[in-house]
Design a protein around this ligand. Structure first.
Ligand SMILES: N=CN[C@@H](CCC(=O)O)C(=O)O
Ligand SMILES: [Zn+2]
Length: 409
């Protein structure tokens, strides 16, 4: 252990340490040492070194904290009435985004910040330790820039989603110009990613292509909301632009699955080396709340596609921050194994955000897996194994959480 930072915590007597590392190791009767913000040591309890502080896990399981790579946390208001109508048989349409945009524009910066902060706290209390949020409920230059600025202060990764909906009364082509021009310039200091809702009722293939091109030229990483409400060009566009992820992916043709798989052929899963492909991000809470077919996570994995699971917290389609619920659903209804589901919600999310391997020199530590040198993002369960996440559905199983080495729960 380094002499420069004497604060070390040994967590010992871990019943199951699911590392989600490249070897997919699951250690029994394990221990882990956290030093500052990093993982300093992992191994068998009996070999554990001394530390400043010692915590007895009493046989509980420890996993990486959840990496939630898709959310829309910058909003005010809710859409209870729309949800009730949907449960009564209405179908989801993108138009509801306008309702949230009106509510979001109407609150002060301080109130919007408080709302985002409360949602982050809710997520962390359930084991989420790394969180992305999109803009997309501002939809004009001033309000998109405000959303991006507030998000940048509260979450780990910010995605620009000016291309969420064409505001009522705007010409779609002129609005797309704005998204690619002044609005992009205004958000740029605060964001690392750009996204486009490529779907009927939102942005066409051509408009989406323009948004992705402008964002790429501005140096942003790309993601796409695609194939949520029907088959469409979203996946093909994401592949064409080498996007980091395509999200939703409910309606996929065989060609879409093959195209996604093809993006991963230059990447070696055993070493994490080579060109990363496009992650398919499945959003099971959203699928249930919109009564869409669950994304074909099993087929995607079997085809060789790296997938992520994310909560997609937003007031329209998925008003939850619970990654555990997504993992449970992925096991019970999407036919993933527990290990696969936890991997998609940790390592998979990190892959989707380009944070699965880190540079330990400049502090950009990797997240989503438990490896010496990676960020100490730990999730201890009130259970002896991760299997309990699916075996005991709906039971809050978070016992404690460390985020960048700091005890958060
Ligand atoms: N599908 C597009 N965007 C959000 C929903 C936005 C809303 O309805 O407010 C989603 O990811 O599901
Ligand atoms: Zn979304």
């Amino acid at each position: 252990m380094s002499a420069t930072n004497p604060t070390t915590t040994l967590i010992t007597n871990i019943g199951e340490l699911m590392t989600q590392d490249l070897e997919h190791r699951v250690l029994k009767d394990a221990a882990i040492v956290v030093e500052g913000e990093r993982i300093a040591w992992m191994g068998s309890s009996k070999d554990a070194p001394a530390a400043d502080e010692k915590i007895d896990a009493e046989g509980r399981a420890v996993l990486p904290g959840w990496v939630d790579s898709h959310s829309h946390l910058v909003f005010a208001g809710d859409r209870t009435a729309e949800f009730e109508a949907r449960m009564a048989g209405e179908s989801y349409s993108a138009g509801g985004i306008a309702v949230t945009t009106g509510a979001t524009r109407s609150v002060s910066d301080a109130e919007l910040t408080r709302l985002v902060r409360d949602r982050v706290a809710e997520a962390v209390s359930q084991g989420t330790t790394y969180l992305e949020s999109k803009t997309g409920y501002g939809l004009d230059v001033e309000n998109e820039a405000r959303s991006a600025r507030i998000a940048a202060a509260e979450v780990d990764e910010v995605t620009y989603l000016g291309a969420h909906l064409v505001p009522a009364g705007s010409d779609p082509e002129e609005y797309t110009d704005l998204v690619c021009g002044d609005m992009l310039d205004a958000v740029l200091p605060h964001v690392r990613w750009a996204d486009v809702f490529c779907e009927r009722g939102a942005f066409t293939e051509d408009q989406s292509r323009r948004v992705l091109t402008a964002a790429r030229n501005a140096g942003l990483g790309l993601r796409v909301h695609g194939n949520q409400l029907g088959e469409g060009p979203g996946v093909a566009l994401a592949v064409e632009f080498a996007a980091a992820s395509v999200d939703h992916v409910n309606y996929l043709s065989d060609k879409d699955i093959a195209a996604l798989a093809e993006t991963w052929t230059g990447w070696d899963a055993a070493t994490g080396q080579g060109a990363r492909g496009t992650v398919a991000t499945c959003l099971p809470a959203c699928d249930l709340s919109t009564r869409q077919p669950l994304a074909p996570g099993r087929e995607l994995i079997d085809a060789g596609v790296q997938i992520a699971l994310a909560a997609n917290c937003n007031p329209g389609t998925s008003y939850t921050t619970s990654m555990a619920f997504c993992v449970t659903t992925a096991v019970l209804q999407m036919h993933l194994s527990v290990h696969e589901a936890v991997r998609a919600a940790t390592y998979g999310g990190a892959l989707a955000l380009g944070r699965e391997s880190g540079n330990d020199v400049d502090g950009e530590r990797a997240v989503g897996s438990l490896v010496v040198g990676h960020r100490a993002d730990l999730h201890m369960l009130k259970a002896p194994s991760a299997t309990h996440l699916a075996y005991r559905p709906g039971i809050p199983l978070t016992h404690s959480v460390w985020r960048a080495g700091i005890r958060a729960v």
